[in-house]
Design a binder for this molecule. Structure first.
Ligand code: GRG
Length: 305
């Protein structure tokens, strides 16, 4: 287990992650609307404030600091990425998509609020994400050209170059044989692209030079894919529990995964390669500033659930 010894330095990653996740939660709480229309606002708050690991926003704060920025400047983009991520989860759970009744340990948004409210809560969250960046970055003294680049990055990660493209490819391939190239396309777009946008927009608002931003992009793309490969391996290896969970869902049982296409050992090797590539991208940065990102990649690689 390569994970052993990661905590050997003085950096306490668990403490860092939970402090940052709490700060993000508070910022989201302030950013989310209250009041009229009550049910819509309540439904948006319900999903965003339900928790979650907050990996994407923490990534944005960390890359902002990596390039010498103040994490506060990245708070609006961090919140925006979590809003986009959450809206994608709300829509993903709906009956026309994956039809899941539970999310983040509680009833899915459409189960709690009904379908049309869930659909609109997702739409309103997506719109709020961009409004929040446009207004919030200026309030934190981020120059307008950086804000514009961050907005473009988040937009491109959501649409036909990102999450929506990955989701449509995933849905269209259900029940069909899926090649490794297609599996990679789905995960790069559905999962990695938004993690990449979180990291890249943090580095942009932090004032990173173009070469630094591109290194951050490559780091995050590896971490995003790593996230999915590890997820697939965990699904495959926690067999009895997973079998119980997926027994009634043929689509899930049919779903292509890295261990199914490569075998568990090769999938694990691939995860180790992705981790090494992600870490190599950090080598050119100041070691202390890069420590959170190094630990974040390892946390994703070695998590047990
Ligand atoms: C974004 C425009 C737009 C549309 C959404 C429904 C849809 C289109 C996309 C589905 C995207 C999806 C569900 C991707 C899976 C991403 C993923 C790995 C989710 C799990 O992320 P975690 O583990 O979850 O970070 P928590 O709850 O911890 O935040």
């Amino acid at each position: 287990d390569v994970g052993v010894g990661v905590g050997g330095g003085s950096f306490d990653f668990q403490r860092y992650l939970s402090a940052r996740a709490d700060a993000v939660h508070d910022a989201l709480d302030r950013a989310m609307p209250r009041g009229f229309p009550e049910r819509l606002c309540e439904s948006m708050r319900y999903s965003v404030l339900a928790g979650g690991k907050r990996v994407r926003p923490v990534l944005a704060l960390a890359t902002c600091e990596l390039v010498g920025g103040d994490a506060a400047a990245a708070t609006p983009v961090a919140c925006a990425v979590e809003m986009i991520h959450t809206m994608s989860l709300i829509h993903d759970d709906m009956p026309c998509m994956d039809d899941d009744a539970l999310r983040r340990g509680r009833p899915s948004n459409h189960v709690a609020f009904g379908e049309f409210t869930a659909l609109l809560a997702g739409d309103a969250l997506h719109a709020l994400a961009f409004e929040h960046v446009a207004r919030g970055c200026g309030d934190h003294g981020v120059p307008a050209d950086r804000t514009l680049r961050a907005v473009a990055e988040l937009g491109s990660a959501s649409g036909t170059g990102g999450v929506a493209a990955g989701q449509v490819a995933d849905k269209e391939s259900e029940g069909l044989p899926v090649s490794l190239a297609m599996l990679e396309y789905i995960h790069v777009h559905k999962t990695a692209r938004l993690l990449e946008a979180a990291a890249v927009s943090g580095a942009i608002v932090g004032g990173g030079a173009d070469a630094e931003v591109e290194r951050v992009r490559r780091y995050a793309r590896c971490v995003g894919l790593l996230f999915q490969v590890v997820d697939d391996v965990l699904d495959m290896t926690s067999t009895s529990e997973q079998l119980g969970k997926t027994a009634g869902k043929d689509v899930e049982a049919d779903k292509a995964t890295y261990p199914k296409l490569l075998g568990v050992d090769k999938a694990r090797e691939y995860a180790a390669d992705l981790l090494a590539m992600a870490e190599a991208e950090l080598d050119g940065f100041d070691a202390e500033r890069a420590a959170p990102l190094r630990h974040l990649a390892r946390f994703i690689a070695y998590r047990q659930h």
